[in-house]
Structures are given as C-alpha cells and as structure tokens.
Write a new protein. Structure first.
Length: 386
C-alpha cells in the first residue's frame, strides 16, 4: 500500500503546477507532425464543442451495425464497442483522441470536456499519445510502444488492468479472477436481480426500468462479491469515481433521450449486443460532468465503502487521503489518484510528444477544477512499465 508520507514528499516539489494548459492549435507555427524513434507523431488538437446538441436519432444511415472481424479490437467499454460497431470511431477499434471525442459528442451528446477527459485518461494511461492512437481493446501492432519504450515494450490498450481498467465492474470479471474484457452473462444476470428488486415499473408492471436505487444495489453487490473473491481487490479513488460514473451513464447517457428511461431492452442492447437500440435517441441536451457527477454523488452517499484495497490478509483497508489541498473533495482525491497512476515519464518528453501530453493533462485539470481543492494542475507522477 502506498504510504501517505511518500505522497506528501512528492507533491510540493514535482506535482503542483499553476493551471496553464498548453492548447495545441492548428495555426501553431510548429509542424503538425514529427518523427521520434522511427514513429511519426501528430499534434493533437482539441475539437470544438458541437453546436447542434439537440435530440437526434442514433445511428444515422451512414452508421449501420457491422459485427467486428477477427482482427478488430473490442474491450471492456460497452460505449466504445458500440461506437466501433457502428463506425462512429474506426471499426478496427484503433482510434485517435479527436475521433473518440467527436464520436462521444455526436452519438451520445457528451459535453466536450467531459468526454475529452475520459479520452485523455485512457490515451495517457494505455495509448500512444505521440502518434495519437488508442486501442479500445488489447495490444495491437497499430499502437506501438512509446518512443524510446519509456513506458515499457508494449502499449496495453484500454483493457489492460491497473491504471484505468479496474475491479468491481458490472459485467466484467476482476482481472485477477477472470476475463476483465468481455461481457459476462453471469455477472449481468446478478445485476438484473438488483433491477428486479429496485427497478422502476415498465409497461407490463414488472421492475424493468433502471433507477438510482438499482445502481446502488448493483454497486454494493459488485464490491461485496469482488472484495471477498479477489485477494488483490483494489477500489482506489480513481476507480471508484470511474465505476460509479460508468453505472450512472446508464441513466444519463444510455437512456432514451425522449423518455429519459433506461429500460431493460435498451441496457441489454448496449451491454449484450454492443449496438444502439432500435429507435433510440441520444440525450436531449449535452451530458456534462456535473450532471453525471450528481448521480455519482447519490451512489456514493448510499454505498459505505471508502476508497481502498485488500491487504495481504484479505482485509479491506481505506486508502489515505491525498495531501492538502487535494484532500478537500472526493473528486479531487480521484484526480490526484489518476495522476498518481499515469506514468511520470510522459512529462519528460519533448516536441509534439510533450505538447500532446500537456494538452491532455490540461483537459484533465480543467474538468477536475470544478471540485473543491483542485486549484492546481497535477501532472502525472506514476510509475512506468506497469
Ligand atoms: C459516452 C461515454 C461513455 C460511456 C457511456 C461509457 C460506458 C461505460 C460503462 C457502462 C462501463 C462499465 C462496464 C462494466 O462495469 O461492466 C464502462 C467501462 C469502461 N470504459 Fe467506458 N464509457 C464511455 C466512455 C469511455 C471512453 C471515452 C473510454 C476510453 C477511451 C472508456 C473506457 C472504458 C474502460 C477502460 C472501461 C472498463 C472499466 C472497468 O470496468 O474496469 N469509456 N464504460
Ligand atoms: C441481440 O441481438 C439478437 C440477434 O439480433 C436479438 O435476437 C436480441 O433480441 C438482441 N438482444 C438485445 C438485448 O437487444
Ligand atoms: C424512445 O422513445 C420514443 C418515444 O418518445 C419511442 O418511440 C422509441 O421507441 C423509444 N426507443 C427505445 C429504444 O425505447
Ligand atoms: C487536509 O489536510 C490538511 C493538512 O493535513 C488538514 O489540516 C485538513 O483537515 C485536511 N482536510 C480534510 C477534509 O481532511
Ligand atoms: C526526467 O528526466 C530527468 C533528466 O533526464 C531525470 O533525472 C528524471 O528522473 C526524469 N523523470 C522521470 C519521471 O522520468
């Protein structure tokens, strides 16, 4: 377990930077490509917020479902898999930061910075931010290791456990226990037991509509089962934030935009079939971090587990809070923990590589700044090669 003392030592000296993201711009006089270690890097540019943000039926005629082929990457995120199956991001499952951010706005009506932050977290931890490529599944020859192999000989893809992918998922096993990448019927069926107990009434009077009470029941069950079954169980602040956020997505993102209802057939279509439901509408207005965060707060208030992990005896122990001022809110704790698990070597880069890294960390910092205590940017300071 990380000791609080080691965190405290690192923070004031290396981590805290005034919030001053380097915004990459198309009109920047520096070239937009550059070669390092035989790879051609591309300057990442944050797309603008979409201007058409109303109700819209998804998919449109240009984005039919096509099942993935054997060489196409798919992984633990039902949203990324669905976007790839419909060609909103490349069907081979290898995408750039811009492609993911644009697809999140178009198909799910995510507000720009909220969506870009998730793309940034994953690009920085499991992608190649120099060439601007991320696998939505596992290791791919299309996403080479970072120049100089500064983070080890392979780039994992979002399915690689540890930095972002984590324990207590709704439909994937913990990496230590089994398959953390593919949909598991058994786990989904257990989630549906909670729906049966807590869900809202569907048209036939059965409990088939997901609500906050269902999400609370599901997360309590996921945590309880995995804490008991997985000696390496870890539910640190960044993972808690993501896990609750991902369950909140069912109500705020997967729900039909017209009725705001997340029904069993809709959730089943995304999770099981990784396809947009028939006759589905994206959210009627942009889904912001504040909107999804409000649902996360409701879940957190009802689930008593603090951020933490199992010790060598299999006993769950709370993690220490980060140093002040980052201890002032849970959101800031999660931001600190994400930076603590993003390789510090990324900051030590040059040229386009460094510009891309600083663009992505600036986006993370901008989203986090809504939380009390997150007054400063926390640059990545985690270990490499894990
Ligand atoms: C509209 C935006 C998004 C939605 C609605 C969404 C939805 C979800 C859901 C529901 C899960 C939970 C799966 C489970 O617990 O069984 C999940 C997991 C995951 N998502 Fe997404 N996601 C979104 C954006 C992204 C983006 C942009 C990335 C990366 C590029 C990403 C990467 C992941 C990863 C790595 C996991 C696995 C976490 C784990 O269970 O360990 N997601 N996502
Ligand atoms: C998944 O697809 C199959 C085959 O098209 C279909 O029979 C089934 O109803 C779909 N399930 C959901 C939950 O959409
Ligand atoms: C979404 O709501 C509209 C009515 O507003 C309905 O026609 C449509 O079937 C619903 N779609 C799904 C997937 O439930
Ligand atoms: C944060 O840390 C500071 C310094 O150790 C401490 O004085 C303060 O009470 C802590 N705040 C919270 C909310 O724990
Ligand atoms: C960054 O580079 C400097 C100089 O080469 C080195 O001393 C330092 O350890 C590096 N930091 C990280 C996090 O790799």
């Amino acid at each position: 377990m990380k000791s609080l003392a080691s965190l405290l030592l690192l923070v004031p000296a290396v981590l805290a930077f005034p919030r001053n993201p380097i915004l990459n711009r198309r009109d920047d006089p520096t070239p937009t490509t550059e070669v390092q270690d035989g790879q051609t890097g591309t300057l990442i540019v944050l797309p603008p917020q979409a201007t058409e943000t109303g109700l819209k039926q998804i998919p449109d005629a240009e984005h039919p479902f096509i099942a993935p082929g054997p060489d196409d990457q798919r992984g633990p995120c039902p949203a990324m898999n669905t976007l790839a199956n419909h060609g909103y991001i490349p069907r081979n499952g290898i995408a750039s930061f811009e492609q993911i951010t644009l697809a999140l706005m178009e198909a799910f009506n995510l507000e720009l910075i909220f969506g870009a932050n998730m793309a940034a977290n994953n690009m920085l931890t499991r992608g190649n931010p120099f060439i601007d490529r991320l696998s939505i599944g596992g290791v791919s020859p299309l996403v080479p290791p970072l120049p100089g192999q500064i983070d080890g000989p392979v780039t994992g893809g979002i399915a690689k456990h540890g930095r972002f992918e984590g324990d207590a998922s709704m439909t994937r096993a913990d990496a230590f226990i089994g398959d953390n990448r593919d949909f598991q019927d058994l786990l989904y069926d257990l989630d549906l037991l909670q729906l049966g107990k807590f869900g809202g009434d569907g048209p036939d009077g059965e409990s088939t509509v997901f609500n906050v009470e269902t999400l609370i029941g599901i997360k309590k069950q996921n945590i309880m089962m995995d804490q008991a079954a997985n000696p390496m169980f870890e539910f640190a602040a960044r993972r808690m934030n993501a896990a609750y956020g991902e369950s909140a997505f069912m109500l705020n993102v997967f729900a039909n935009g017209t009725t705001k209802q997340a029904t069993l057939p809709i959730i089943g279509s995304f999770f099981r079939n990784q396809t947009f439901p028939q006759n589905w509408f994206r959210a009627a207005s942009p889904v912001t971090g504040a909107i999804n965060g409000a649902t996360v707060a409701q879940i957190m208030a009802a689930v008593p587990t603090p951020p933490g992990r199992n010790n060598d005896q299999g006993v769950y122990v709370a993690d220490p809070l980060p140093p002040a001022p980052f201890n002032s809110s849970f959101g800031c704790f999660a931001y600190f923990d994400q930076s603590a698990n993003t390789p510090g070597v990324l900051v030590n880069t040059t040229g386009i590589f460094q510009k891309n890294v600083r663009l992505l960390t600036g986006i993370q910092s901008q989203l986090a700044s809504a939380n009390p205590g997150c007054t400063q940017e926390i640059l990545p300071f985690g270990p490499a090669g894990v």
